[in-house]
Design a protein. Sequence first.
Length: 187
Amino acid sequence: MHQQRCSWVKLNEPLYVEYHDKEWGKPLHDDRALFELFCLETQSAGLSWLMILKRREGYREAFEGFELENVAQYGEKDVVRILESGQVIKHRAKIESIIDNAKGFLKIKKEYGSLDRYFWNYVGGRAIINHHHDAKEALTQSKISDAMTKDLKKRGFKFVGSVTLYAFMQACGMVNDHEIGCWCHLA
């Protein structure tokens, strides 16, 4: 039997269907996974999420599993290695931003104890559950993503616009924007 999914899901793309069904909107609290997702969302700025999703394994390999402390130590040789790997979008500024943002996350981790605590603090530790009939009704940014953007930009983060951060909030389950008719809405 066919399960109804959010209207944005491309049913002819198994990777997209699997991402929607198993990851998108599910509360994520693991620091390494949050760092990876944040990095991938910043890479998708101006591009389709599917394009990034198809390269996710390449990003994982190029960034050696997205171990925050390791990525924060990367230098020019690593940037060149990653750009030449052929596994990621070749955009030097975006690759460098992952490294710079990792350094910023080390400071946040020291201040808050974890990335999980930093991010989830914005929603009081609980997911915001929206009730949309169609993805077109969903927000693309919010006062919360605006506030997070302002804070991260103040800390020197790059590629962190409010739309990108709202997409991150949706992806890591801080906001549940599954459509009401979708089997994942309250699953």
